[in-house]
Design a protein around this ligand. Sequence first.
Ligand SMILES: [Zn+2]
Length: 444
Amino acid sequence: MLLIHNGLVLTCNDKDQVIPGGAVLLKEDKILAVGSSEELSGRYPGAEKIDARGRVVMPGLINAHMHLYSTFARGMDLKTSEPPADFLEILEKLWWRLDNSLVEPKDIYYSALYAIIEGIQNGTTTIFDHHASFGLIDGSLDIIQEAALRAGIRASLCFESSDRHGKEASRAALEENVNFIEDIKPEEKSYLQGMFGLHASFTLEDSTLKEIGRLAAALEVPCHLHVAEGRADVRDSQRRGYENIGERLDRFDIWQPDTLAIHGVHLSREEYRMLADRDCLLVNNPESNMSNAVGAADLPAAAETGLALALGTDGYTTDMFESLKVAALLPAHQAEDPRLGGELARQMLFETNGKLASRAFGKKLGSLEAGAGADVIIVDYQAPTPLTSDNYFYHILMGMSGSRVDTTIARGELLMENREVKILDHGKFTEECQRQAESFWQRF
Ligand SMILES: [Zn+2]
C-alpha cells in the first residue's frame, strides 16, 4: 500500500471536493481511500508513504487525442522550397510524408516512448492515440503497445485507415486495426484498448467506409477520426453528393457510441446535434487548430446540442495543462466574449475526459475516490489565494503547468518521483532517441 499524505487534495470527483491536509491510499491499481491525513495515517500505519506537504495531489490527466508518431517532426527540415501554405499542404508536405517514412520499428518505438515519457513528466497517465505509419503498417500498433506497457500508462490505440496511399495500404490499415483489437487480452483491458481508426472522410472511399462501419460494429468498438478539420473535408463530402460529412459518415455507421470525432471545426449545428444523438464525443485540440490555421470550432454551439466535448493535444504538445489554457482562451477570443471558455475547458478536461476514459477502460478514472484507478499526480503548487471547491479550477488554469508536476503515478506504479523518471535511464534513452531521429531525418 502507498499513502500519499499531507497534500492539498483536489479530488475532481462529482462534488469537486478539496481536502487540505489530505491523503490518498493506493493498493496496486486501485484507490482504497481518500480522506484526511490524520485519519488514513492512523488506520494504515504500515503503508509506504509519500509526503506531499506544500504540494497539490490530483488525478492523472487524460489526453483524448494524441499522435505519438509525431515526435520526430520536432525541428525537422521539410526539405521543400516553399513552406506549406494551407492545411492540405501541411498534410502533403509534412504528415503524409512523415508517416510514409516511418519504416523501421525503432522509428515508431522511440517516437512513441519519448512522447509518452514527456507526457508522464507533464502529468498525463492516459492517452487516446491515433497512429499512422504507412511505411510500416503491419504490427505497428504492437510496437506502440510495447512502449505504453514499458512506460506503464493506459493507452487506447488505433491505426488511421486511409485510401491516400492506395488500395493495398488501405486494406493493411484496416487489418492492423482488426488484428490489434482482437489480440487484446481480457486481463489487459483496464489499461490497453483499441478503437477503429480512420484518417478523415476526404481520404476514404465509400467502399472503405462501408467496410469500416461493418468491422467496427462487429468488433463492438468506437471509431476515432478527424472530422471537418479543414474546409477541404467538407467540400469533399459535398462533391461526392452528400449533404455534409455528418450525413456521409452516418450512412456507413461510423458514428458508433463513444466514437471520437476530432476537431469538428467546420461542422454545422445540425451535425453537432447528430453526433450528440449518436452518443459520440467531439475532441477539441485548440493549439493544433491555431497552428494549422484551420479556424476554431463553435464549441458553445456544440455544447448547446448536448454534445460531449473532450480535450486532446493532437500531437502539438504533450502537456494537457497547456492545452487546457488555450482551450479556455480560444472560444472567448474568437467570440469576443470573456464569459466563454473557462467553464467549457473545465468540463472538457475534468469531466468529459474522465468519463471517456472510465468507459473505455472499465474503471473510474479522472477522479480521486475509493475504487477508482490508481492514477495520481503531485504538483508543486502553493496557492497565493484561498483555494476551494468553487475555484480550484482557476488555480489549475492560471497557476499550474506540466513542468510543475513532480510525481506521477499510473496504475499504482511510481513512474516519476521528484521529477526523476523511474521507468528507464532517461538520459541514455534520450540519446538513443536522438540517434534514431537523425537516421529518420536522413530518410525523410
Ligand atoms: Zn489528429
